[in-house]
Design a protein around this ligand. Structure first.
Ligand code: AMP
Ligand code: AMP
Length: 360
């Protein structure tokens, strides 16, 4: 499936204005600023779809050419017929997954950067597990019932966003005591891995067949990341439960001897995706969410098949993107570069979801 095309290391010099014909659009949230700044820097027109609260913010940036305001992000589908008539390419991010249903996501026919077939494999925890196991990655153990629990676990509600609603349980007895809270809920019981959470941001180019590590972050979560600030003796009897709501991200650079493993994991995930989600597989930006244990093993919590918000730390590039580019290269800009390279080599179809390819 890999096609070799000439790529343009210095995007602006050889683009012959091809970007100006297209508008890159996204929902005004999550990593929209990064995506639209990157699109602008690569010579595209840019469109933010905002709501009443965010429209002034997006209008305040010179690189945002156009803002369309809707009442709430879930109204986005009402706008789709109008957007389908224009030369627009949608770059999805986490808010598309959070605010649009899987069906709506698939229904929209606006040219879409990415492969929607991956959405099914990502959305189902079982399919995702299957995918990651086939790629040879290490996953935390999963328990089917409370009685099976023989070590600390994290309870993950289905559809939980940003760590909200997760619960830490010490043992099977703890589970019994909280069982009423979990009644009638859909959740998984996952082994709690004690280690450093590391989120690795990748970009896979289906034009060149090459994988790049763009950057990395660790999340800052409340209140789990604050518990270490209170001595454990003082915590006894305080009745604080850890929670995992993400509030921000911190940059991190990985011990270099562990980088090869990080790269291999990315390659294996892409390879297996090409077997399970159609020949296009997973391409563009994605993130593997890991926890690293003292024996330097990576345990995988999850995969996100698109740009993640942790990349916002690196709008001006990261130490890793600097190794591949001698100019600031955010993940948002890398996406726009890929779209431009596809236009220049007449291979736009390669980087769009098949159901959104426009036949002229
Ligand atoms: P939002 O539009 O801010 O509600 O974000 C959409 C989704 O992305 C939610 O599920 C958030 O949990 C997730 N998200 C937003 N910002 C971040 C961040 N800085 N780090 C990690 N996840 C985030
Ligand atoms: P996720 O929804 O998978 O991004 O997880 C949100 C947060 O929950 C992570 O950043 C971790 O802090 C925590 N977490 C998730 N899974 C595990 C696990 N198996 N062991 C320990 N912590 C976890």
């Amino acid at each position: 499936m890999t096609m070799m095309v000439e790529t343009y290391a210095e995007g602006r010099q050889r683009d012959s204005g091809v970007g100006e014909m297209y508008t890159i659009a996204t929902l005004g949230s999550h990593s929209a600023l990064q995506i639209l700044k990157g699109a602008h820097d690569e010579g595209f027109k840019t469109l933010a779809i905002a709501n009443r609260e965010t429209e002034r913010l997006y209008r305040s940036f010179a690189f945002v050419d156009e803002v369309i305001t809707i009442d709430k992000y879930s109204d986005f589908m009402l706008l789709v017929p109008e957007l389908e008539k224009r030369k627009i390419i949608i770059v999805p991010h986490g808010s598309f997954v959070a605010y649009l249903s899987l069906e709506d996501h698939k229904k929209m026919r606006i040219p879409y950067f990415g492969n929607k077939a991956v959405l099914d494999w990502e959305a189902s925890r079982e399919l995702q597990r299957d995918w990651l196991l086939r790629a040879g990655l290490k996953l935390p153990r999963q328990f089917k019932t409370g009685a099976e629990i023989d070590r600390p676990v994290i309870v993950k509600l289905y559809g939980a966003q940003g760590g909200k609603g997760y619960m830490f349980l010490r043992d099977a007895m703890d589970f019994e005591e909280r069982a009423s809270l979990l009644a009638r809920q859909n959740y998984i019981l996952q082994e709690y891995i004690i280690g450093v959470p590391l989120y690795i941001h990748y970009f896979y180019s289906s034009l060149t067949g090459k994988l790049e590590i763009m950057s990395m972050d660790r999340r800052y979560e409340t209140n789990v990341d604050s518990l270490g600030r209170i001595p454990s003796q003082a915590q006894a009897g305080m009745d604080v439960d850890p929670s995992y709501v993400v509030v921000g991200n911190q940059p991190i650079s990985l011990r270099e001897s562990m980088l090869a493993e990080a790269y291999r994991m990315g390659e294996d995930v892409v390879r297996v995706s090409q077997e399970i989600c159609g020949p296009k597989g997973l391409f563009g930006a994605f993130c593997i969410e890991t926890i690293i244990t003292p024996d330097t093993n990576f345990y995988i919590m999850e995969i996100s098949a698109r740009i993640v918000a942790g990349t916002n730390l690196f709008i001006d590039g990261s130490p890793y993107s600097y190794l591949n580019y001698s100019e600031p290269m955010s993940t948002g800009r890398r996406i726009a570069r890929e779209i431009k390279n596809a236009l220049l080599s007449n291979s736009l179809d390669t980087i769009l979801d098949d159901s959104t390819i426009q036949h002229h």
